[in-house]
Design a protein around this ligand. Structure first.
Ligand code: ADP
Ligand code: MG
Length: 253
Protein backbone atom coordinates (compact mmCIF):
# COMPACT_ATOMS: atom_id res chain seq x y z
CA UNK A 1 0.00 0.00 0.00
CA UNK A 2 1.31 3.40 -0.83
CA UNK A 3 2.15 5.74 1.95
CA UNK A 4 -0.70 8.27 1.90
CA UNK A 5 -0.58 11.32 4.10
CA UNK A 6 -3.81 13.22 4.56
CA UNK A 7 -3.16 16.92 4.50
CA UNK A 8 -5.97 19.46 4.18
CA UNK A 9 -5.38 21.78 1.26
CA UNK A 10 -4.54 25.32 2.35
CA UNK A 11 -7.58 27.60 2.50
CA UNK A 12 -7.66 29.84 -0.54
CA UNK A 13 -6.80 33.45 0.09
CA UNK A 14 -9.62 35.79 -0.86
CA UNK A 15 -8.56 38.60 -3.11
CA UNK A 16 -10.60 41.77 -2.95
CA UNK A 17 -10.17 44.92 -5.01
CA UNK A 18 -7.91 46.34 -2.31
CA UNK A 19 -5.73 43.58 -0.93
CA UNK A 20 -5.52 39.84 -0.36
CA UNK A 21 -7.03 38.72 2.96
CA UNK A 22 -5.56 36.09 5.19
CA UNK A 23 -7.49 32.80 5.19
CA UNK A 24 -10.29 32.27 7.68
CA UNK A 25 -9.33 31.19 11.18
CA UNK A 26 -10.49 27.59 11.70
CA UNK A 27 -10.06 27.98 15.47
CA UNK A 28 -12.62 30.77 15.77
CA UNK A 29 -16.33 30.22 16.27
CA UNK A 30 -17.00 33.00 13.75
CA UNK A 31 -14.60 33.95 11.00
CA UNK A 32 -15.57 36.52 8.36
CA UNK A 33 -13.38 37.54 5.46
CA UNK A 34 -14.04 40.36 3.04
CA UNK A 35 -17.79 40.42 3.60
CA UNK A 36 -19.78 42.69 1.32
CA UNK A 37 -23.53 43.14 1.32
CA UNK A 38 -25.02 45.05 -1.53
CA UNK A 39 -28.71 45.83 -1.89
CA UNK A 40 -30.01 46.68 -5.33
CA UNK A 41 -32.46 49.58 -5.12
CA UNK A 42 -33.78 50.02 -8.64
CA UNK A 43 -30.76 51.10 -10.65
CA UNK A 44 -28.74 52.03 -7.56
CA UNK A 45 -26.52 49.61 -5.59
CA UNK A 46 -26.43 50.28 -1.83
CA UNK A 47 -23.31 48.81 -0.22
CA UNK A 48 -24.37 48.15 3.38
CA UNK A 49 -21.07 46.35 4.19
CA UNK A 50 -17.79 47.12 2.41
CA UNK A 51 -15.47 44.20 3.06
CA UNK A 52 -15.75 43.34 6.75
CA UNK A 53 -13.28 40.85 8.25
CA UNK A 54 -13.14 39.68 11.85
CA UNK A 55 -12.94 36.65 14.11
CA UNK A 56 -14.91 35.83 17.23
CA UNK A 57 -13.54 33.07 19.45
CA UNK A 58 -15.89 30.78 21.35
CA UNK A 59 -16.95 32.20 24.69
CA UNK A 60 -16.43 35.86 23.82
CA UNK A 61 -18.85 38.61 24.86
CA UNK A 62 -18.88 41.26 22.15
CA UNK A 63 -20.84 44.41 21.42
CA UNK A 64 -21.36 45.71 17.91
CA UNK A 65 -22.00 49.43 18.04
CA UNK A 66 -22.52 52.13 15.43
CA UNK A 67 -24.84 54.90 14.33
CA UNK A 68 -28.13 54.29 12.56
CA UNK A 69 -27.59 53.10 8.99
CA UNK A 70 -24.00 51.96 9.64
CA UNK A 71 -24.75 48.31 8.79
CA UNK A 72 -25.34 46.77 12.23
CA UNK A 73 -28.55 44.95 11.34
CA UNK A 74 -27.11 43.82 8.04
CA UNK A 75 -24.11 42.34 9.87
CA UNK A 76 -26.33 40.78 12.51
CA UNK A 77 -28.51 39.15 9.83
CA UNK A 78 -25.41 37.66 8.25
CA UNK A 79 -23.97 36.45 11.57
CA UNK A 80 -27.36 34.92 12.41
CA UNK A 81 -27.61 33.18 9.02
CA UNK A 82 -30.79 35.06 8.13
CA UNK A 83 -29.10 36.27 4.97
CA UNK A 84 -25.99 35.51 2.91
CA UNK A 85 -23.24 37.95 1.88
CA UNK A 86 -22.96 39.32 -1.67
CA UNK A 87 -19.25 38.61 -1.53
CA UNK A 88 -16.76 37.17 0.96
CA UNK A 89 -16.62 34.17 3.27
CA UNK A 90 -18.39 33.46 6.53
CA UNK A 91 -17.30 30.45 8.56
CA UNK A 92 -19.42 29.50 11.57
CA UNK A 93 -18.25 26.59 13.69
CA UNK A 94 -15.98 25.44 10.83
CA UNK A 95 -18.82 25.48 8.31
CA UNK A 96 -18.75 27.76 5.30
CA UNK A 97 -22.12 29.44 5.69
CA UNK A 98 -21.60 31.83 2.77
CA UNK A 99 -22.14 28.95 0.32
CA UNK A 100 -25.23 27.43 1.90
CA UNK A 101 -28.68 27.30 0.33
CA UNK A 102 -31.83 28.37 2.18
CA UNK A 103 -32.60 24.94 3.66
CA UNK A 104 -29.10 24.53 5.03
CA UNK A 105 -29.20 28.07 6.42
CA UNK A 106 -32.49 27.37 8.18
CA UNK A 107 -31.01 24.28 9.80
CA UNK A 108 -27.81 26.06 10.89
CA UNK A 109 -29.89 28.94 12.26
CA UNK A 110 -31.99 26.60 14.36
CA UNK A 111 -28.99 24.68 15.71
CA UNK A 112 -26.36 27.36 16.08
CA UNK A 113 -28.05 30.68 16.78
CA UNK A 114 -30.31 31.94 19.57
CA UNK A 115 -31.94 35.28 18.74
CA UNK A 116 -33.08 37.98 21.17
CA UNK A 117 -34.92 41.00 19.77
CA UNK A 118 -35.80 44.45 21.07
CA UNK A 119 -39.54 43.69 21.00
CA UNK A 120 -39.20 40.13 22.42
CA UNK A 121 -41.12 38.56 19.47
CA UNK A 122 -43.09 36.17 21.67
CA UNK A 123 -46.33 34.51 20.59
CA UNK A 124 -48.97 36.52 22.45
CA UNK A 125 -51.45 33.66 22.98
CA UNK A 126 -48.88 31.09 24.01
CA UNK A 127 -47.59 30.42 27.53
CA UNK A 128 -43.99 31.09 28.46
CA UNK A 129 -43.38 27.34 28.29
CA UNK A 130 -44.81 27.04 24.78
CA UNK A 131 -42.86 30.06 23.56
CA UNK A 132 -39.64 28.51 24.80
CA UNK A 133 -40.52 25.16 23.22
CA UNK A 134 -40.89 26.60 19.71
CA UNK A 135 -37.28 26.15 18.50
CA UNK A 136 -37.44 22.56 19.76
CA UNK A 137 -40.62 21.91 17.78
CA UNK A 138 -38.85 23.16 14.63
CA UNK A 139 -35.90 21.00 15.64
CA UNK A 140 -38.15 17.91 15.74
CA UNK A 141 -37.75 17.09 19.44
CA UNK A 142 -40.51 15.01 21.09
CA UNK A 143 -42.97 16.62 23.50
CA UNK A 144 -41.82 15.11 26.82
CA UNK A 145 -38.21 16.09 26.20
CA UNK A 146 -39.32 19.49 24.89
CA UNK A 147 -41.25 20.25 28.08
CA UNK A 148 -38.32 19.27 30.23
CA UNK A 149 -35.82 21.35 28.25
CA UNK A 150 -38.12 24.40 28.16
CA UNK A 151 -38.72 24.20 31.92
CA UNK A 152 -35.00 24.03 32.55
CA UNK A 153 -34.36 27.02 30.27
CA UNK A 154 -37.03 29.04 32.10
CA UNK A 155 -35.56 28.05 35.46
CA UNK A 156 -32.14 29.21 34.22
CA UNK A 157 -33.55 32.73 33.74
CA UNK A 158 -35.35 32.61 37.13
CA UNK A 159 -38.82 32.10 35.69
CA UNK A 160 -39.57 28.62 37.03
CA UNK A 161 -42.71 30.05 38.67
CA UNK A 162 -44.02 31.68 35.47
CA UNK A 163 -44.18 28.78 33.00
CA UNK A 164 -47.93 29.01 32.44
CA UNK A 165 -48.06 32.80 32.15
CA UNK A 166 -48.75 34.42 28.79
CA UNK A 167 -46.73 37.45 27.64
CA UNK A 168 -49.42 39.96 28.73
CA UNK A 169 -49.26 38.48 32.24
CA UNK A 170 -45.52 39.21 32.46
CA UNK A 171 -43.47 42.40 32.90
CA UNK A 172 -41.20 43.65 30.11
CA UNK A 173 -38.12 42.26 31.82
CA UNK A 174 -39.82 38.89 32.34
CA UNK A 175 -40.87 38.80 28.68
CA UNK A 176 -37.30 39.42 27.61
CA UNK A 177 -36.16 36.65 29.96
CA UNK A 178 -38.66 34.28 28.28
CA UNK A 179 -37.15 35.33 24.94
CA UNK A 180 -33.65 34.64 26.30
CA UNK A 181 -34.77 31.20 27.54
CA UNK A 182 -36.18 30.52 24.06
CA UNK A 183 -32.88 31.63 22.50
CA UNK A 184 -30.87 29.31 24.75
CA UNK A 185 -33.10 26.24 24.90
CA UNK A 186 -31.33 24.58 21.95
CA UNK A 187 -27.88 25.24 23.45
CA UNK A 188 -26.83 27.29 20.42
CA UNK A 189 -23.24 28.31 19.64
CA UNK A 190 -24.10 32.01 19.72
CA UNK A 191 -26.59 34.19 21.56
CA UNK A 192 -27.31 37.07 19.19
CA UNK A 193 -29.17 40.03 20.66
CA UNK A 194 -30.34 43.05 18.63
CA UNK A 195 -30.98 46.05 20.93
CA UNK A 196 -32.14 43.67 23.69
CA UNK A 197 -32.86 46.48 26.15
CA UNK A 198 -34.29 48.96 23.64
CA UNK A 199 -37.84 48.51 24.96
CA UNK A 200 -36.96 48.33 28.67
CA UNK A 201 -36.53 50.92 31.40
CA UNK A 202 -33.05 51.54 32.82
CA UNK A 203 -33.43 49.35 35.90
CA UNK A 204 -34.84 46.40 33.95
CA UNK A 205 -32.17 46.89 31.26
CA UNK A 206 -29.47 46.46 33.87
CA UNK A 207 -31.16 43.27 35.16
CA UNK A 208 -31.12 41.86 31.63
CA UNK A 209 -27.46 42.85 31.22
CA UNK A 210 -26.70 41.17 34.57
CA UNK A 211 -28.29 38.03 33.15
CA UNK A 212 -26.06 38.30 30.05
CA UNK A 213 -23.02 38.61 32.34
CA UNK A 214 -24.04 35.42 34.08
CA UNK A 215 -24.74 33.58 30.81
CA UNK A 216 -21.33 34.66 29.54
CA UNK A 217 -19.76 33.39 32.77
CA UNK A 218 -21.46 30.04 32.08
CA UNK A 219 -19.61 29.78 28.76
CA UNK A 220 -22.05 31.26 26.26
CA UNK A 221 -20.77 33.31 23.33
CA UNK A 222 -22.76 36.54 23.28
CA UNK A 223 -23.05 39.18 20.56
CA UNK A 224 -25.07 42.28 21.40
CA UNK A 225 -25.93 44.85 18.74
CA UNK A 226 -26.70 48.20 20.31
CA UNK A 227 -26.42 51.94 19.82
CA UNK A 228 -26.33 52.53 23.61
CA UNK A 229 -22.83 53.09 25.02
CA UNK A 230 -23.68 51.85 28.55
CA UNK A 231 -25.06 48.58 27.16
CA UNK A 232 -22.01 48.11 24.92
CA UNK A 233 -19.73 48.80 27.90
CA UNK A 234 -20.98 45.59 29.55
CA UNK A 235 -19.29 43.48 26.85
CA UNK A 236 -15.62 42.49 26.88
CA UNK A 237 -14.91 43.57 23.32
CA UNK A 238 -16.41 46.38 21.30
CA UNK A 239 -16.55 46.50 17.52
CA UNK A 240 -17.59 49.89 16.14
CA UNK A 241 -18.93 50.02 12.63
CA UNK A 242 -19.45 53.05 10.46
CA UNK A 243 -20.50 53.25 6.80
CA UNK A 244 -20.30 49.48 6.46
CA UNK A 245 -16.75 49.14 7.72
CA UNK A 246 -15.17 48.24 11.06
CA UNK A 247 -13.85 51.50 12.42
CA UNK A 248 -12.54 50.22 15.74
CA UNK A 249 -12.19 46.79 17.36
CA UNK A 250 -11.05 46.94 20.97
CA UNK A 251 -10.88 44.79 24.07
CA UNK A 252 -12.63 46.75 26.79
CA UNK A 253 -12.10 44.53 29.83
P1 ADP B 1 -28.22 49.82 11.09
O1 ADP B 1 -28.80 48.57 11.61
O2 ADP B 1 -26.83 50.09 11.58
O3 ADP B 1 -29.10 51.00 11.33
P2 ADP B 1 -28.66 48.65 8.46
O4 ADP B 1 -27.81 47.45 8.42
O5 ADP B 1 -30.11 48.44 8.70
O6 ADP B 1 -28.06 49.71 9.48
O7 ADP B 1 -28.50 49.43 7.08
C1 ADP B 1 -27.25 49.74 6.47
C2 ADP B 1 -27.49 50.42 5.11
O8 ADP B 1 -28.08 49.49 4.20
C3 ADP B 1 -28.43 51.61 5.18
O9 ADP B 1 -27.99 52.57 4.26
C4 ADP B 1 -29.76 51.01 4.74
O10 ADP B 1 -30.55 52.00 4.15
C5 ADP B 1 -29.34 49.95 3.75
N1 ADP B 1 -30.26 48.80 3.76
C6 ADP B 1 -30.49 47.96 4.80
N2 ADP B 1 -31.37 47.00 4.45
C7 ADP B 1 -31.71 47.24 3.16
C8 ADP B 1 -32.58 46.60 2.22
N3 ADP B 1 -33.28 45.49 2.55
N4 ADP B 1 -32.69 47.12 0.98
C9 ADP B 1 -31.98 48.22 0.66
N5 ADP B 1 -31.14 48.89 1.47
C10 ADP B 1 -30.99 48.40 2.71
MG1 MG C 1 -30.52 48.25 12.72
Amino acid sequence: MSNVTLVSPPAPTIVTADQPLRPHDPGSLISMRGIWKTYQMGSEAVHALHGVSFDIPKGEYIAIIGPSGSGKSTLMNLIGCLDTPSQGEYWLNSKNVSEMDDDELARIRNQEVGFVFQTFNLLARATALHNVELPLIYGGIGSAQRHEMAKQALAAVDLADRVTHRPNELSGGQRQRVAIARALVNHPSILLADEPTGALDTHTSMEIMDLFDRLHGEGNTIIVVTHEADIAARAHRMVSIRDGLIEKDEKIR
